[in-house]
Design a binder for this molecule. Structure first.
Ligand code: FES
Length: 569
């Protein structure tokens, strides 16, 4: 359906600025203190530019320049732009994990949108959690909104080799641990792998979530994948500013765009691009904000019927720059058209189908056709079994095919500290068939569910040439990572999920084709171990951490706070 704008409505910002009351005069006077004339109050929609810029969030450090381009567009379309900051979540520098703070940023965005005189908002994001947090906040505030991501950085280049953020650092780190890379080569990498503004340029969480924002209809078409330093990034930012003014006048709110069909489109695109496992958590949380039930099994149903098309690391060969030059997300969506809800409305006021109908593909090595996909199924699948009664996730497209059906004996680490202390111990009883298990990496246990799930391969096995093992945890992993890694086991160990009672030597069976994850113990033994289990002591007793521990939902529910869902959901 195409959007039919409603009749002209009174702008929300008039409630702040209209009339000659003392309050209205004072508000106008204080805005004019910034150097504006009275013309800004002549009926112009006020467009907020919600900026997650920060020099601590390195991937978003160029967003002040992007904001200037948005402002040009807002002024040109007859709006009044006002930029404001929100908390920023920098994946590389923030401890213990940005996931601890995603909901805090979502609250910040939501409350700013509600509290300030904004008729529409442009959300500027980039690094992993900033995109879902901004979308969650905007969905709850339900002010007309569209998103402009900062875009991926240029590909890394090192000794003639194209390198992808995270993915290749991990590979080369293992080479160094195994003694196959010199100290000098390793140090040289530092200036070669992150060589421009922008977020990680593999299909990590940032690239996935910005692509899914576009698939949801929350960006202008083609916006997600433009490299951060490409002039077209700033041109589309300007265009987004113009469109935001129209959104304000049309009253096109997120609630009209974030429908069940839009979420199913996003899940399908996620599967086709080999998106980050983190996308599942973020989509669940966002759907929860608008009251759309999204069972985890729906992800698996869609995965089974969606081929992998994007040949981008860590599931494929290329990098985000290549995906953009091949046609970017519009070309992927156009290719997937027979499987999508093409009548889903987008921020353009037109449908997803209208937006991508003529989107060309320029490189069939990078974006494969539906008739000849990279892999027949989607990137991520959902596992169930007695070890994960509420589900677990594995990115099969980035796993080793020979490990997708595997039985092995557990080597158990009770915590991340325990893992770091023992994984490289030469006396650790482990071989390439073992299954490495990490407990207490979940939302409550860690807390904040850090990206600990791709447990390091023990150094003695690395030196023997082992490059992958089955790993199981209740943690997440970076979207840039790879391997046969089972994540998001739910319920987590710290709340008494069955992962809590796994012991060294227990046999675990992973069967990805059958979507099973089983602890091969008699039911009576599982019951008696669970009865003897005691919860760990909470690690936060005050402040935001306490609030987090008391209200965080489990991974299969999206890790939102229970009180942020709409009432009745
Ligand atoms: Fe920001 Fe990877 S560190 S996207």
């Amino acid at each position: 359906m195409n959007f039919q704008p409603g009749t002209a409505r009174r702008l929300r910002s008039r409630d702040w600025f209209e009339g000659n009351s003392r309050e209205a005069l004072t508000r106008r006077a204080y805005v004019r203190a910034e150097g504006f004339t009275a013309r800004v109050f002549d009926g112009k929609p006020v467009v907020g530019i919600c900026n997650s810029w920060s020099e601590l969030t390195t991937c978003n450090a160029h967003l002040r320049q992007v904001a200037e381009a948005v402002k040009r567009g807002v002024w040109a379309a007859g709006g009044f732009p006002l930029e404001f900051p929100v908390i920023s979540l920098g994946e590389q520098l923030m401890r213990p994990t940005t996931m601890l703070y995603r909901n805090l940023m979502a609250i910040d965005v939501e409350e700013c949108l509600r509290a300030y005189p904004l008729d529409a908002v442009v959300l500027l994001t980039g690094c992993d959690k900033t995109t879902p947090a901004a979308l969650m906040g905007a969905a709850s505030a339900d002010v007309p909104a569209l998103l402009v991501p900062g875009g991926p950085m240029l590909r890394g280049m090192w000794r003639g080799e194209a390198l992808g953020s995270g993915t290749d650092t991990r590979r080369l780190w293992n080479e160094k641990r195994a003694g196959r890379l010199t100290e000098e080569q390793w140090c040289e990498l530092e200036s070669c792998i992150s060589r421009s503004a922008g977020h990680c340029m593999v299909m990590g969480t940032a690239s996935t979530m910005t692509s899914l924002a576009e698939a949801l209809g929350m960006t202008l078409p083609g916006c997600a994948n433009i490299p951060a330093v490409d002039s077209r990034r700033f041109a589309i930012a300007e265009e987004s500013g113009r469109r935001a003014v129209e959104l304000a006048r049309e009253e096109l709110r997120p609630a009209k765009i974030l429908t069940r069909e839009a979420f199913e489109n996003a899940i399908r695109v996620d599967m086709a691009i080999g998106g980050s496992t983190n996308a599942i958590i973020h989509l669940l949380a966002l759907a929860g904000r608008v009251g759309i039930p999204l069972p985890l099994d729906r992800f698996d149903e869609i995965s089974r019927s969606t081929p992998l098309l994007a040949n981008v690391r860590p599931s494929g060969r290329f990098l985000m720059e290549d995906l953009y030059y091949a046609g970017g997300l519009p070309a992927v969506v156009n290719e997937l058209a027979p499987l999508l809800h093409l009548d889903a409305l987008t921020v353009t006021g037109r449908t997803l189908g209208d937006n991508v109908r003529r989107a060309p593909c320029y490189n069939r090595e990078v974006i494969k056709p539906l008739s000849d996909p990279l892999k027949p199924e989607g990137g991520t699948v959902i596992l169930r079994g007695n070890l994960a009664p509420q589900g677990a996730v594995i990115k099969q497209s980035a796993a080793s095919p020979h490990l997708l059906k595997h039985r092995g004996r557990a080597v158990v680490f009770e915590s991340y500290a325990d893992l770091l202390a023992r994984v490289d111990d030469p006396h650790l009883a482990v071989d390439e068939n073992s299954i490495l298990v990490l407990k207490n990496g979940g939302p409550v246990g860690a807390p904040g569910m850090p990206e600990w799930g791709d447990l390091p391969i023990p150094i003695k096995l690395l030196r023997a040439g082992v490059t992958d093992m089955v790993r199981v945890s209740d943690a997440r992993m970076s979207g840039t990572s790879y391997g046969t890694v089972v994540l998001h086991v739910s319920p987590e160990a710290a709340v008494g999920g069955p992962l809590a009672i796994v012991q060294d030597g227990d046999e675990i069976e992973l069967d990805v084709p059958s979507r099973r994850l089983e602890l091969r113990l008699p039911e009576s033994e599982i019951r008696s171990r669970l009865a003897a289990w005691a919860p760990p002591r909470p690690c936060y007793t005050r402040g935001y951490g306490k609030l987090f521990l008391e209200h965080i939902l489990q991974a299969h529910e999206g890790c939102d706070f229970d009180f942020l869902r709409p009432q009745g959901c």
